[in-house]
Design a protein around this ligand. Structure first.
Ligand code: TRP
Length: 335
C-alpha cells in the first residue's frame, strides 16, 4: 500500500528554540520513516504580522539549514513562495470560506490583540484574517492524510476540513481528502524564566533557549531557571522543576533523570544537581546539531540548490491539484 502523506509547516521567524524542537520538529524527523512527508517553510504566512522585509529571506534560509541540521531530509522540504500555487488555491478557498468563521478564530483574536497592544502598527492586515485559509491551501493542495499538530492548531485544521467539505459539496465530488490531526505525545516545554508560560520567542529573549545556542549560553540559561514559582500550597512538583525534568528526559539524560527523580521523591533533590544534569544533556544533544550546521554552512549554495530542486519536485503535485481545482470550479487553465 502507498504510504500516507503527512504535511506540516513552520514559519520562518528566526531560529528554532527547544520548545519548537521537542514539541514539533523532532517529531517531523521521526515521521519521515513511516510516511511520505512534506514540510514547508511558510514565508507567505510570515508576512501576516508586522515584519522586517530585509530579514525574511535570510530567516527562511536559516530555518531551512536548521531543519536540515537536526535531520529533516532536504527532499522533503519546500519553501512556500517557491510553490506560488498555494496562494492561488488560497484565493479560490476564500470563496468557499465563511468570513464570520474567520473572525471567530482564536488565533486571529489573539494576534490582532497583540498588534493593537504593540501600539506600533495601527492596522490588522487582511492577511492575518486570511491566514488559516492559506494554511488550508497548504494542507489540501497535497491531499495530505495527516497533519501533526499541537492543540493550538486544532481549530485551523478543523477549518481546513470545513473548506474541503464545502468545496466537495459545491463541486459535487469527493475531491479533497479530509485531513486528520496526528497527535503525538510531545513534551510541552515551558519558559525557564517563567515556567507558567510556554517557551516562545514572542515573549522575549529570556523566555526561550535557542536550539543552536552555544554551550555557555545554554548552561547559563538553565542555571538561572526559576525553580520555585510562588507559594506552595500542595505537594505537587513546582512547574519550574517539572520543566527541568522534562528537558532532561527529552534531551536523553535518562539515567540522570531516574536518579534525580528518586532524589526528588525522597526529598533529597538538589536543584543545582538537576540543573547541571539538564544543561549537560542539552549541550551534548545540541553539540551534534551545531556540528552538522557548520558542515552544511560550508557550502551554502549546495543547500539552496537542493531545496530549490525539492521545492520544484513538490510543486509538481501542487500544480496538478490546482489544475484539477480550476477545472472543477469553472475557471480556465493556462494552456
Ligand atoms: N499555523 C502553523 C503554526 O503557526 C504553521 C502552518 C502554516 C502550518 N501552514 C501549515 C502547520 C500547514 C501545519 C500545516 O504553527
Amino acid at each position: 500500500m502507498d504510504k500516507k502523506t503527512v504535511l506540516s509547516a513552520i514559519q520562518p521567524t528566526g531560529d528554532i528554540h527547544l520548545g519548537n524542537y521537542f514539541g514539533a520538529v523532532r517529531n517531523w524527523v521521526d515521521l519521515q520513516e513511516k510516511y511520505k512527508c512534506i514540510y514547508g517553510v511558510v514565508d507567505y504566512h510570515a508576512m501576516t504580522m508586522p515584519y522586517d522585509v530585509s530579514k525574511l529571506r535570510t530567516n527562511t534560509w536559516e530555518l531551512i539549514t536548521n531543519l536540515m541540521a537536526v535531520g529533516v531530509d532536504a527532499e522533503n522540504l519546500f519553501i512556500q513562495s517557491l510553490v506560488p500555487e498555494h496562494t492561488e488555491l488560497n484565493w479560490i478557498f476564500n470563496c468557499f470560506c465563511s468570513y464570520g468563521q474567520l473572525t471567530r478564530m482564536t488565533q486571529f483574536k489573539d494576534k490582532s490583540a497583540q498588534v493593537s497592544e504593540s501600539g506600533k502598527e495601527d492596522f490588522i492586515s487582511v492577511g492575518l484574517l486570511d491566514y488559516p485559509v492559506l494554511q488550508a491551501a497548504d494542507i489540501l493542495i497535497y491531499k495530505a492524510d495527516y497533519v501533526p499538530v499541537g492543540k493550538d492548531q486544532e481549530q485551523h485544521l478543523e477549518l481546513s476540513r470545513d473548506i474541503a467539505q464545502r468545496f466537495n459539496f459545491q463541486v459535487g465530488k469527493e475531491y479533497f481528502v479530509l485531513p486528520e490531526a496526528l497527535f503525538t505525545e510531545t513534551p510541552k516545554i515551558k519558559s525557564t524564566a517563567d515556567p507558567t508560560r510556554k517557551m516562545s520567542k514572542s515573549a522575549g529573549e529570556k523566555h526561550y533557549i535557542s536550539l543552536f545556542a552555544d554551550a555557555d549560553r545554554i548552561t547559563k540559561q538553565i542555571k538561572s531557571a526559576v525553580t520555585d514559582t510562588g507559594e506552595k500550597n500542595d505537594d505537587r512538583m513546582s512547574e519550574g522543576v517539572e520543566n527541568l525534568f522534562e528537558l532532561l528526559k527529552a534531551s536523553g539524560g535518562k539515567e540522570d533523570y531516574n536518579q534525580l527523580m528518586d532524589d526528588y521523591n525522597t526529598g533529597q533533590l538538589k536543584y543545582v544537581a538537576l540543573k547541571e544534569a539538564t544543561a549537560k544533556a542539552l549541550v551534548t544533544m545540541t553539540g551534534a546539531f551545531i556540528e552538522r550546521k557548520k558542515e552544511l554552512n560550508s557550502d551554502k549554495k549546495a543547500i539552496k540548490d537542493q531545496v530549490r530542486a525539492s521545492s520544484d519536485t513538490i510543486r509538481a503535485i501542487a500544480k496538478e491539484t490546482l489544475r484539477e481545482v480550476k477545472d472543477l470550479v469553472g475557471l480556465l487553465n493556462v494552456k
